[in-house]
Write a protein that binds this ligand. Sequence first.
Ligand code: SF4
Ligand code: SF4
Length: 384
Amino acid sequence: MDETYTIRIDEFQKLIEGLHRRGYQCIGPVLRQGVVTYDELATSELLPLGIADRQSPGCYRLEKAPLPAVFGAHPGPVSWKTFLWPDFVPIFDALLTADGFEIRSAAVPFEKYAFIGVRPCDLHAIETLDLVFHKKPGSAIDYTGRRKTLLVVAINCTSAADTCFCEAMGTGPEALSGYDLCLTELPDPVDHRFLTTVGSAEGLNLVGELKTESVTLSDLQKVRGLLSDTVKKMAGKLDIADLKDLLYGLLDHPHWSEIAEHCLACGNCTMVCPTCFCTTVADTTDLAGRQAKRYRRWDSCFNLSFSYLHGGYVRSSIAARYRHFVIHKLATWVDQFGRPGCVGCGRCITWCPAGIDITAVVGTIRQMSGASGTKKEHGYVLDQ
Ligand code: SF4
Ligand code: SF4
């Protein structure tokens, strides 16, 4: 496809209406409880116009954007996995009958979602989840159901938070595939526009209902300049050269224990991570003992119980659990799925209450082990 048009901000409501007519539930960035999160976007008026954020290890602040952008905020604590792989899902009911128990599978709703404002790193995160749930025999039926009907409106990143490192992971700041439409926002108080690239027949169909204009050379140059500045801002944050082998060779590195002195094992990093998918099951019964329910809910490798195997904990220390998180993201995932499990969104850095920065941890380990690569002073930030 790759046809590109310009649409004005006034057309955004028409885009949402076009999606509603096609039966999509639109999900996009909205302001809730002091953060820009993702939730139902019933109208374009809910988009967080003029809001930007400032992020650093353990710190998230909203602020007024210098220009009235609607996609001015970087990835927040919620990611798209919340919709594709929800945190709490009923699996079955067990009902006591005269003959024993009757098992009834829970109804699995397959919402038809349109995600609006998916960042390039998060497009890669969805592709990563696909490898786990969608493209394997025995895939999770609810994920697959939602994924098959998903429509994606991506947004290129023309700025980066201080915690972003998609440039190192090769996942941004420009979306290259995996979308139906891809926008690049050009905010302006009087001439607010989006460069809009079509990625699918459905996307072309949608754009056909909007008022479009041709793209000018100066708009294209402006966008290229913004994307290039965004890359420069992130440059040098993480060196992933030979990282898998480096980490495999440093399982006993003392820095894992140094980090464990600060890590609270709270699991925040795994909850906000767009590619962390681990779950456990929870059972409830009614007081009369006649009905039991089983649920699937998110779990975290930072929970001690997560590594319990027939009589013992495989990772009883926090150092082992933190090491597992990093090595799984950056090394073993490559063996499992052919790509890292980290897309460089920076969420785990911002939402770590101890300010632990995965890029700094890896940089320190590299430096201490004498391997060439990114040098950073600490793997954690104590003063916020
Ligand atoms: S490990 Fe951190 S930076 Fe990487 S994808 Fe997960 S939350 Fe984002
Ligand atoms: S690294 Fe940070 S967010 Fe993750 S478990 Fe430790 S303290 Fe919590």
